[in-house]
Design a protein around this ligand. Structure first.
Ligand SMILES: [Zn+2]
Length: 239
């Protein structure tokens, strides 16, 4: 997509890039396509990167294992934080095998939605970052494919950024590199970072816990595959 290519780099942007290169970032990391692409983006843009994965009784422990393997592979400091209280507070289809993964009816949220999840995750990530002198928080949330999740919206991340700064009297910057990208553009970003095959083969997005291309049938696999096919078509057309 043309929107990712700036015609010229402004001095402000170059200065910001230079500053970021000397700073530390925390990536909210699940081992999926989006957060792995964000992890590569962060490695490219920051001097030092930490990854945090939240454990909240996901259906598949595989998700945590994949996150551990990828960060080990990339030499990124990784911590798994226990957020099991989330399942205690709000049982949902991501954590409970007796609740089916389903799209929400008109006006309802999908059963995979966990109330307040991103608010808690970003808040914990920033407290974690504060301890390590990292003020940049990177997350893979995206408004384009947001399936109605209110805490994936741009306005939410900006609002929380202000709140975090007020809460801790700090200057956190919440980065959302995928905010306005559809799945095809997210694949393109992975390709631009030179990591298309890695993201395709090593990440876990599937609701049934199958790595890489997954089960091929759940909503996450479908979205991922459609985006990949669309991007490959665009790439062929551009060649
Ligand atoms: Zn699947």
């Amino acid at each position: 997509m043309a929107c990712r290519k700036e015609a010229g780099r402004s001095p402000e942007k170059e200065e910001r890039t230079r500053i970021m290169k000397n700073e530390k970032a925390v990536v909210v990391f699940s081992g999926g396509q989006d957060s792995t692409t964000c992890l590569f983006w962060a490695i490219e843009n920051f001097q030092e990167v930490y990854a945090v994965t939240f454990s909240y009784g996901q259906r598949h422990d595989t998700e945590i294992e994949v996150a551990k393997e990828i960060t080990k592979d990339l030499g990124v400091t990784h911590d798994v934080l226990d957020m099991s209280l989330l399942n205690q507070l709000a049982p949902n289809a991501l954590t409970r095998s007796d609740i089916d993964v389903a799209e929400g009816e008109e006006g309802e949220l999908p059963t995979t939605f966990v109330d307040g999840r991103n608010m808690l995750f970003f808040t914990f990530a920033s407290i974690y970052g504060r301890q390590r002198g990292a003020k940049h928080i990177v997350t893979g949330v995206c408004e384009t494919d947001y399936s109605g999740y209110p805490d994936c919206r741009d306005v939410f991340t900006k609002s929380l950024n202000v709140t975090l700064n007020l809460a801790m009297d700090d200057n956190f910057v919440v980065h959302t590199p995928l905010m306005w990208l559809d799945k095809a553009a997210t694949w393109k970003l992975a390709d631009e970072l030179g990591r298309l095959d890695y993201v395709k083969n090593e990440t876990l997005t599937c609701y049934h816990g199958i790595r890489g291309d997954g089960c091929g049938e759940c909503p996450a696999c479908e979205l991922r595959r459609q985006g990949y096919e669309q991007y490959m078509e665009e790439k062929r057309a551009d060649a």
